[in-house]
Design a protein around this ligand. Structure first.
Ligand code: MG
Length: 173
């Protein structure tokens, strides 16, 4: 790891749009297709993802993809969409609770609040909501988490690059 700053970033619907498909499904416009273990994936890079990752890497932050899925499959999908170049690590559900936390970090994810996503991701980082309590959990989200709009393919109306200022602010706090 390069220094004491890490940007954790969610994979599905944040960096890439992924659809689980069958062999016979037509690949939608702008998507690439790959098969692993009999499962087909249609995948598209978020248009702003490459510029976002490059900007974060240019500030000498570590970039770690946190995924609720398998790190092997997600890495494959990120490579297929040419988004693997700047990544330091892809951490899947199997590594839950064994993640190294630097002095400053943020988590960029497309879901928050009542949705399970942030809660699951924070648990992967070693913060379980039921263990740390509501007040500390809320403070943690406020201090470290940044919500992006979900990307499902096609138009990227809320680009990740629009979040760079908030990333810098939260890393400096
Ligand atoms: Mg997601």
């Amino acid at each position: 790891m390069r220094n004491g700053k890490t940007v954790f970033v969610d994979c599905n619907d944040t960096l890439i749009a992924v659809r689980h498909a069958s062999r016979s499904d037509v690949v939608p416009d702008g998507f690439k297709s790959i098969e692993r273990g009999g499962q087909w994936y249609h995948v598209q890079a978020r248009p702003s993802a490459d510029a976002f990752l490059k900007a974060v890497a240019a500030e000498a932050c570590n970039i770690v993809v946190l995924t609720g899925g398998s790190s092997r499959i997600q890495h494959l999908l990120l490579a297929l969409t040419d988004l693997d170049e700047e990544l330091d690590q892809v951490i899947g559900f199997e590594s839950s609770g064994r993640v190294e936390l630097p002095a400053s970090w943020v988590l960029v994810d497309d879901l928050q609040g009542g949705c399970s996503s942030f809660e699951e991701k924070l648990a992967m980082l070693g913060f379980k909501r039921k263990d740390i309590g509501e007040a500390r959990y809320k403070a943690l989200v406020e201090k470290h988490c940044i919500q992006c709009r979900s990307f499902k393919g096609g138009d990227d109306s809320a680009p990740l690059t629009g979040l760079l200022e908030e990333v810098r602010t939260k890393l400096a706090a």
